[in-house]
Design a protein. Structure first.
Length: 368
């Protein structure tokens, strides 16, 4: 039974992955209905506010759902949110057994769906491919348990750890295949964050550009700009986009400049400032309240260093190109006043080739 359950849970995971980047602040969930060793229904959660994966799978199964087994990557909900409880639909369909990948991480509802099903005579098995089911929902888990988004530090760098040829220089380091992967990543996150230095030097658009036009989604654009130095003419503000640009500044920032930026279409938010630096915890809390579950931090050096020094990064993605930029280059991260930062809790999860570049994927201890 264990091997069979794992096999069908893999199918449910395949369904769940179809929703990556589209369900926030909800999780990605997949479901498969199996009867007499045959898949009779499958589905996935497509976006927040729409039917959950179980509903799609049960609708496809129809009358065949009676006495069947439902495989679902996340514990079915037993509470009313934007949609009715899935447990009621499961019971009404006559499902005899439910196999769950992972329990709901929300402390207020964890285990409630499973208990509801068991109390009504449904056999329940859980923790089937749990790590894989957690792996596709790390932003949801982080947001649900802490109120803050999952933070990814992303950078393209040389072998000697430089992200630009020199201060104030915009330098293209990695190849085309890495660039394509970055845009696919942007298509999956809720927001992209840069510092004012990157905003001024690169004047980036911070949009998603995929091969198929219309297939990408522009994430929310974020700029850390304590003194509101970003001009109203910045590309990220003036371009046509389905997403907004938020600028985080200090409470003492110039009011006239703030008004001009807001008139140009930007959203300006104030957070506390300490030693000339914006309070990053306050920034992340503000994003969490806005239901932002994932943030891609794209630089620059000071911003990377600030997130690492404050232990606020959850994941790091480094695209390493086969070039050297030398001692005049800008480092991946700078740490004012500190010679070394403890990275002992960083675990390298995988490496992968993208053309001539190598992507290093590292994760930090979630219990920090």
């Amino acid at each position: 039974m264990a091997d069979i359950d794992r096999s069908y849970m893999h199918l449910a995971l395949r369904e769940a992955k179809k929703g990556i980047g589209r369900t926030s602040p909800n999780p990605c969930v997949g479901a498969v209905v199996v009867k007499n060793n045959k898949v009779v229904g499958k589905g996935y959660h497509k976006r927040a506010g729409t039917p959950h994966a179980e509903i799609h799978a049960l609708r496809e199964a129809g009358k065949k759902a009676k006495d069947a087994t439902l495989y679902v990557t996340l514990e079915p909900c037993n509470h009313t949110g934007r949609t009715p409880p899935c447990t009621k639909v499961i019971l009404r369909a006559g499902i005899s057994r439910v196999v769950i990948g992972m329990l709901d991480p929300n402390p207020g509802v964890a285990g409630g769906g499973a208990k509801k099903l068991v109390s009504n005579g449904v056999a329940v098995s859980s923790s089937i491919l749990e790590n894989e089911c957690r792996g596709i929902n790390l932003p949801f888990i982080k947001h649900t348990t802490t109120g803050r988004p999952w933070v990814i530090i992303k950078a393209g760098m040389s072998i000697d750890g430089k992200i630009a040829a020199g201060p104030g220089q915009s330098t293209r380091i990695t190849g085309q295949k890495s660039l394509q992967r970055v845009h696919a990543l942007r298509n999956q996150v809720d927001a992209i964050l840069v510092g004012i230095g990157t905003g001024l030097v690169d004047d980036p658009s911070l949009t998603t550009r995929l091969h198929r036009r219309g297939s990408g989604r522009d994430p929310l654009r974020l700029v850390l700009d304590a003194e509101l130095r970003l001009p109203e003419s910045a590309t990220m503000i003036q371009q046509e986009s389905s997403s907004q640009t938020w600028i985080f500044c200090g409470r003492g920032a110039d009011k006239k400049k703030r008004s001009k930026l807001e008139e140009a279409g930007a959203v300006v938010k104030t957070v506390p400032v300490s030693k000339g630096m914006l309070d990053l915890k306050a920034v992340l809390s503000e994003l969490g309240k806005a239901q932002i579950t994932s943030v891609l931090v794209e630089g620059g050096s000071k911003v990377h260093g600030s997130f690492l020094q404050a232990n606020l990064a959850d994941q790091i993605l480094l695209f390493v190109a086969p070039v050297f930029l030398g001692d005049q280059g800008v480092p991946l991260a700078s740490f004012p006043g500190k010679k070394k930062i403890d990275m002992s809790q960083l675990k390298i999860m995988s490496t992968r080739r993208y053309g001539d570049d190598v992507l290093i994927d590292g994760r930090f201890n979630l219990k920090r």
